[in-house]
Each structure stands twice: as C-alpha cells, then as structure tokens.
Design a protein. Structure first.
Length: 152
C-alpha cells in the first residue's frame, strides 16, 4: 500500500509559540509520522520522503487562499514548481488538493503535478483534454456501475 503524505500549512509550519496549533510540540508533526522537521531544516518534502511516502499530497494554496485562484491577490501557493521538482527528484508523485478553478488547475499542470484532487473532476478533465492529456476511462452515464447488477 502506498504511503501518502497529506499536507497543508497547518501540518508543516508551526507558529512560533504553538498557540495556534497546540498539538504541535517541538515541531513534531503527527501527519509526518511524528518527525521533527528541525531534523530536516524545515524541508517537509524531504521529511515526507524519509517516511517512505510515494505520494506527496499538499493543499494547493495556504490559509484563506485555498479557495482563491492563482490570479487572485489573496492566492499564496503551497504547491509550487519547486515542491513538484524536489518531490519528483526523490521519486514521489505530487497530487495536490482541493483544486477547483480551471486557472489553478492549469497552473498546477504547468508545474508538473501528476494528478489533481478536485470537487469538480469534470473541470480537471476539461483542462487536461485541452492540453491533449489522457484522462480517466470513459463510462456510460446512462447506466451507473452501482446499478449495473441491480435486480428489477
């Protein structure tokens, strides 16, 4: 079973006093197996790799910007090209979440992410198809799989 490092700024960046997130003690992070990020100079990509994560799944943006798009003044990226490149160099896939705006989907595909988690997969599929990328398998929407074997 693959190990996935699910991350956002609250799970990897403590405030100075840990008052905001009191469960973070001495920069040890339960979402990264209890590692002390100080041992990795704060490098959460390397920390995720050290616990054998094969997938890095960070939030696409931080704080109030997670609902903003890349062209919004509020947007602060958490998943960046640098993060993607470092994760790939360590053999990890990068699958950010929850990316709902087409412009942000496009930016993350430009950055080289391997997949995208979205509340609107049809938007991801649309942007991917516009780029000539392969997207999930086709299915017959008139007969959902959950009803394929239902009795009359």
């Amino acid at each position: 079973m693959p190990i996935v490092a699910l991350l956002d700024e609250t799970t990897v960046v403590p405030d100075e006093t840990n008052k905001t997130y009191p469960w973070l003690e001495n920069s040890k992070y339960p979402w990264l197996g209890g590692l002390d990020l100080d041992d990795f100079s704060g490098d959460w990509v390397a920390a995720a790799h050290s616990i054998s994560s094969s997938i890095l799944s960070p939030n696409h943006g931080t704080g109030n910007s997670s609902d903003a798009t890349v062209n919004s003044p509020l947007y602060e990226p958490f998943t960046t090209k640098n993060v993607v490149d470092r994760a790939h160099a360590l053999g990890m896939q990068v699958i950010p979440w929850t990316v709902d705006a087409e412009v942000t989907i496009s930016k993350l595909l430009d950055d080289g992410v391997d997949a995208i988690i979205s509340n609107y997969p049809e938007r991801v599929m649309y942007v991917a198809r516009q780029r000539g990328l392969s997207v999930g398998r086709a299915r017959n929407p008139s007969k959902p799989e959950c009803l394929a074997n239902a009795s009359a």
